[in-house]
Ligand binder design. Structure first.
Ligand SMILES: Cc1cc2nc3c(=O)[nH]c(=O)nc-3n(C[C@H](O)[C@H](O)[C@H](O)COP(=O)(O)OP(=O)(O)OC[C@H]3O[C@@H](n4cnc5c(N)ncnc54)[C@H](O)[C@@H]3O)c2cc1C
Length: 318
């Protein structure tokens, strides 16, 4: 099970909440849809996933938010579910507000903890403060969760029951739904490295790396550590690496076991995307760089020297 899906299950499986339903979306599931031209929606009743809905149509072969939002509206209107939950991935963030608008409710975004069925904790001011909010609107209560804040469901939780599979009635789909947007192509980096959002170790480079060429040193280190490569927005804006590697408020939110930052100053917008990492290691030549305020381990020095030594001393991954 993909980690984001697994975290969604964990968010739903809170016995004290008795959530009646949730909607599942994830990269892995999307890949499956692409292959099978199907869309899956998992519904959880009580504390277990009790039903899998399958919407089998070419329209759902790709993650296009417009037809998806219509599908969610239709499923919700038929099922009358209490909660709809998506993960805060780019697709989740695209889909949820559209579906919420169609259902005339306000979504609660970026939930990091669920206190009661309608009381949630979410970060504000780029993660500098946590806000507890109560949802007082009509049903369904729609929310996106930060999957990094919910540990993945354990094996026993995910294997508790075999869910029945039901086909969704797609008669609501009009020709207009398929015309609003169309899938052109997907470009992604062909890499064997772990996905940035779910990696156990992330090595990130900032403007201090100074060039795209120097980022290759980070890639070599990532290769040895089995890590994903991340970057600051300054590094992305300078064209050193593609946008998909950006970590932070306007990039990806990560919470790996180890986050190693090279030449990153530690601006609040960057910290917003990585401060929940278990161990933060920073390498910066400026001892006053704000990154050291959140770092568990810090090296004040030239990152190129440190990288060279690490590359020399860490053996290749077998
Ligand atoms: C609305 C908004 C949203 C934003 N969203 C994001 C976001 O999602 N993610 C993000 O990262 N930023 C984001 N930013 C930008 C953010 O404010 C910072 O500008 C950015 O994070 C700085 O990146 P940096 O640390 O790489 O660069 P800098 O701040 O320029 O820091 C470079 C660091 O490298 C160190 N350095 C230089 N050379 C060496 C060397 N040889 N050895 C060791 N250290 C060295 C320097 O001492 C310095 O601390 C956002 C800004 C705004 C306004």
């Amino acid at each position: 099970m993909a980690p984001q899906v697994s975290s969604l299950f964990r968010a739903m499986q809170r016995p004290e909440l008795r959530l009646e339903t949730g909607v599942l979306t994830s990269e892995r599931v999307k890949r499956t849809w692409r292959e099978r031209k199907q869309m899956f929606i998992c519904l959880s009743v009580g504390s277990l996933a009790l039903q899998v809905l399958v919407a089998d149509s070419d329209i759902f072969a790709h993650p296009l938010a417009e037809p998806w939002a219509e599908l969610l509206r239709s499923v919700q209107q038929k099922g009358g579910y209490s909660h709809v939950i998506a993960s805060s991935t780019s697709f989740g963030k695209n889909l949820l507000p559209r579906a919420a608008a169609l259902l005339d409710v306000s979504p609660v975004t970026d939930v990091t903890a669920i206190s009661e069925p309608r009381v949630f904790v979410r970060p504000i001011y780029a993660g500098n403060a946590l806000c507890t909010v109560r949802y007082t609107g009509e049903s369904p209560c729609m929310m996106s969760i930060r999957s990094t804040s919910f540990s993945p469901a354990t094996e026993s939780m995910s294997e508790t029951k075999v869910a029945p599979i039901t086909q969704v009635d797609l008669s609501f789909l009009s020709e207009a739904s398929s015309r609003k947007s169309s899938w052109v192509n997907l470009t992604s980096q062909d890499t064997e490295r772990p996905d940035l959002a779910n990696a156990r170790v992330v090595v990130t480079g900032g403007r201090g790396l100074k060039s795209a060429e120097n980022f290759k040193l980070l890639e070599q280190l990532a290769e040895k550590l089995g890590a994903a490569v991340g970057a600051t927005r300054a590094a992305v804006d300078a064209g050193y690496v593609p946008n998909e590697l950006q970590v932070g408020q306007t990039g990806k939110i990560v919470a790996p076991e180890v986050y190693i930052a090279f030449g990153v100053s530690g601006a609040i917008q960057h910290l917003a995307g990585m401060r929940d990492s278990k161990y933060i290691v920073a390498v910066n030549k400026d001892a006053d760089a704000p990154i050291f305020q959140v770092a568990d381990y810090g090296i004040v020095g030239d990152l190129f020297q440190v990288l060279e030594e690490l590359l020399e001393k860490i053996p290749d991954k077998k």
